[in-house]
Design a protein around this ligand. Structure first.
Ligand code: MN
Length: 283
């Protein structure tokens, strides 16, 4: 298992993302997950140079979906409007190319639909599961095309289920498996995020095991979206499940960090997981 962290966690802490790199190197992170937005060639070159000087890798690019900012909210792969879908499609292609440029391995997408044109079913009580899957299935041909684009760029395209308060479409590992099997492309897989799983899954370990054939990336945050060990998620059983499926890929921490305590959180979270892992994983 290799350890990465989402750079989006540092947006409020550092003026320039390169300032996070020496800190992360010192705390023995292996890689960082880059933010999926547009950058100037100059900014990217400077970042790549800084990465090399700290001997850090890019695990991949984090898709910016939903309410994270005013632009991301318009990236809706499940929209009823073809122009809106096209905006999202172009965004995915730009991020796949960004990922290749940074020598990263994967980019994640999340499935959103129009906020006003459809029923906002954040309680899972308005639409049936089958009604929601029906809309999700409509995106399969587009996801297949995008997977081929990812394949041409040597990048993996990963579907990340989110909790119902972010999007009520594709919320569980079972939903993501359903899509994966339909897309049927070697460059299309699943990213599971412990924060979202805590809200939607019956059992985090069972979900991890059931997704094992397609599970290519993990996001780690506790139930309160802080670093693991800060809340009440059972990371021992999560790590045991990952051990059982012989998971060797990246785990990216994806915490909300605060300026005043970020260093302590970063240090505490990774050492907590490493300590648990040493007791859970086979040697
Ligand atoms: Mn995530």
């Amino acid at each position: 298992m290799k350890y990465s962290i989402t750079l989006s966690s540092f947006k409020e802490i550092f003026e320039s993302l390169t300032n996070a790199l020496p800190v992360l190197k010192q705390l023995n992170y292996d890689a960082v997950e880059f933010i999926g937005e547009d950058y100037s060639a100059k900014d990217l070159d400077e970042f790549i140079e800084a990465l090399a000087s700290y001997d850090l890798k890019i695990s991949g690019v984090t898709g910016m979906w939903g309410n994270v900012n005013s632009i991301a909210v318009n990236r809706r792969l499940l929209s009823a409007d073809t122009d809106t879908v096209e905006i999202a499609r172009r965004y995915v292609i730009r991020c796949i190319e960004l990922c290749r440029l940074l020598d990263g391995e994967e980019f994640n997408l999340c499935l959103f639909t129009d906020p006003y044109a459809s029923v906002p079913d954040f309680s899972h009580r308005i639409l049936s599961h089958e009604q929601k899957l029906k809309l999700v299935r409509k995106s399969v041909p587009l996801l297949r095309d995008l997977s081929n684009c990812a394949k041409d760029n040597g990048v993996l395209l990963l579907l990340e289920p989110l909790n119902r308060y972010a999007t009520p479409y594709c919320c569980t590992a079972a939903d993501a498996l359903h899509v994966c099997e339909a897309v049927d492309n070697p460059n299309f897989g699943i990213l599971l995020d412990t924060f979202h799983m805590n809200i939607e899954e019956d059992s985090l370990s069972h979900s991890i095991e059931s997704a094992s054939d397609f599970l290519l990336h993990m996001h780690f945050a506790d139930n309160n979206r802080k670093m693991p060990g800060s809340g009440h998620l059972d990371f021992r059983s999560i790590l045991k499940a990952l051990s059982k499926i012989d998971y060797q890929r990246y785990v990216s921490f994806e915490p909300n960090l605060e300026r005043i305590s970020y260093l302590e959180s970063l240090k505490g979270g990774i050492s907590y997981i490493k300590r648990l892992k040493s007791t859970c994983f086979r040697a």
